[in-house]
Design a protein around this ligand. Sequence first.
Ligand SMILES: [Zn+2]
Length: 120
Amino acid sequence: MRKDGLTEHEGRVMDALQAAWNEFAKLEITHTSDMTDFTNGIHQCQQILGMRVLQRDYPEGYPIKVKKLKPTHKCIDCGYTISHNKPWIIDGLRCNKCSGTVVPLSMLPKKSSPPGSENK
Ligand SMILES: [Zn+2]
């Protein structure tokens, strides 16, 4: 569990941003604005990630502003559904709520009919 409120997946993005900054800082400076511009870009990305924590913890004050998308995956641990731009993707996705395993809805068995309804 991370102390910054990010999910494991979001945390990997945050860690990659920090790694990117650390590597960029080792490069030769080729413009007087290099460090400032790069740092501002990293900070903007970090603010976007931080906003996700606020959206989860204070959804009324920081509402998620996307059109309601059709769910593509379901968490097998808590039942939460998510929408992903690759509905078929199997590996690497985690539940936004519990960090559990999500699977494509297309892989889940269809709800069976109640017994006795097959012949009606
Ligand atoms: Zn879950």
